[in-house]
Write a protein that binds this ligand. Structure first.
Ligand code: SF4
Ligand code: SF4
Length: 450
């Protein structure tokens, strides 16, 4: 059990934040979970009442409190809809830290977070080993999406259609140092995040081709510690803080203008949650957290607002269509929604079409999908219907977790629609125009050539 003084301090912090809720219930209509279950205990208002009585409820039935708090996608739809500006996600994350501090981590989570996630080299080795043995247990199911399913009954995977692990983590062949000493353009430190590093390396390669085309000088570290959100969502502040420190150690020695990530979840974690959850850090370290958070940008935001990309070519009318899903962490947490659309509208070979309810949550919610796959899939089916009715042949989104969830949904639907990151489509358009000499020199192709 955590230091009781720490728990009391955290409980007091929550009291101050909770007073803003007027119980108006406006969060109900926005909550995708409530939309499926209709349970007041699932919606923000119900959970806030629980948190208000946390000190008593923890003593009465801590496991039940944990179960109710964990039933949440942390999507922030409630916070975006709340007229009183209640900082709902801050409250939920702190409440999860309190309850985990009280109950302790389960042995499985302890092994995953403290044994592997907090040790990037060991985590890389584990995933490399899993990538090697995944073949006999998987069979490819959809060529367009690159999805697979389990060959045998699996209690962990169930009937998910998933993207296989990359054979080698992307950063292993992609690490770079700044190479343009007299360069006047932006210098960026690129942070791929775990999912692009280990599951979707093609997005990292695409980002490098785009940076090279626009003469952006890039640094890629030779280690990618997780941003810490899985640990934080599980209430494990110890692992979260350890990962923040590891990342700071890597980036503090680099002189960069922006830290760019193609992952909506990492962007929102570094920008918003690192400052929020590190108030207890020593002042010098805290300054470093705030500096890195200040320089962090989503890759679409960077390409549009800093690089100022323009439409490629003459924009011929095309029968091919692309639509866009707003990741909750990008639109609801950071207010970024026009820039990814601007990237997609720059493509010469596709017409951009809006789907209805583009910012409706896809149902992924990180570990929520693992714990509550049935509800996650039901929430997601509304999203896949909207994608299909848009008539697009590709759906783009700026979050690799959403890409995985939508891949699962569309693979089950068998509709032939591809799932891509906006930066992939942009890089592909440059490749087609023969504009990326860099295409021949991507880290992946260099690695293959060796
Ligand atoms: S919308 Fe905001 S103020 Fe209203 S009940 Fe929900 S959390 Fe409370
Ligand atoms: S974060 Fe999302 S799932 Fe959780 S209560 Fe708010 S709207 Fe509902």
């Amino acid at each position: 059990m955590a230091d009781i003084r720490k728990l009391v301090r955290l409980l007091n912090e929550l009291d101050e934040e909770l007073v803003c809720c007027t119980r108006c219930g406006m969060c109900q209509a926005a909550c995708p979970l409530y939309g499926e279950t209709g349970r007041e205990t699932d919606v923000a208002r119900g959970k806030l009442v629980l948190v208000e009585n946390l000190s008593k409820e923890i003593l009465d039935n801590p496991e039940a409190v944990k179960e109710r708090l964990d039933r949440c996608l942390l999507c922030g739809s409630c916070e975006a809809a709340c007229p009183s500006g209640v900082k709902i996600l801050d409250i939920f994350l702190k409440a999860r830290a309190i309850i985990t501090g009280y109950l302790g981590l389960s042995p499985v989570k302890k092994a995953i977070f403290r044994g592997f996630l907090s040790n990037p080299d060991r985590f890389d080795r584990l995933l490399r080993w899993m990538a090697r043995i995944q073949g006999p247990f998987s069979k490819q199911i959809d060529e367009t999406l690159g999805s697979s399913c389990a060959r045998f009954m699996s209690p962990v995977i169930g009937d998910r259609h998933y993207l296989p692990l990359a054979k080698t983590a992307w950063h292993k062949h992609a690490h770079r140092r700044f190479k343009r000493p007299n360069h006047s353009g932006p210098k960026v430190a690129f942070y791929p995040g775990c999912l692009i590093d280990k599951v979707l390396p093609r997005v990292g390669d695409a980002a490098m081709r785009v940076f090279d085309y626009h003469q952006v000088d890039v640094f890629v570290a030779d280690q990618v510690p997780c941003c810490g959100i899985p640990a934080l969502a599980a209430g494990d502040r110890q692992t979260f803080e350890q990962l923040v420190r590891k990342n700071i150690q890597i980036f503090e020695s680099v002189d960069y203008d922006y830290l760019i990530t193609p992952c909506a979840t990492c962007t929102s974690t570094i920008k918003k949650l690192w400052p929020l959850m590190t108030e207890n850090f020593p002042a010098a370290l805290r300054e470093k957290v705030l500096a890195i958070s200040e320089k962090t940008r989503d890759i679409n935001e960077f390409l549009v607002d800093v690089v100022n990309i323009q439409p490629i070519g003459d924009q011929p009318i095309s029968e091919k269509r692309v639509t866009y899903h707003d990741p909750c962490h990008l639109k609801k947490s950071l207010g970024i929604f026009s820039q990814p659309r601007a990237v997609l509208s720059a493509l010469p070979d596709r017409e951009f079409v809006e789907m209805r309810e583009a910012d409706r949550c896809c149902g992924m919610g990180g570990s929520f999908n693992l714990q509550h796959y049935d509800i996650s899939r039901k929430i997601g089916q509304k999203k896949s219907s909207r994608i299909i009715e848009s008539g697009a042949d590709v759906v783009a989104t700026g979050c690799p977790a959403c890409m995985m969830q939508i891949t699962d949904l569309l693979s089950h639907a068998g509709c032939g629609i591809a799932v891509k990151h906006p930066v992939e489509l942009y890089a592909e358009a440059l490749d087609k125009m023969g504009e990326t000499e860099a295409a021949a020199h991507t880290p992946a192709s260099e690695a293959k050539a060796k």
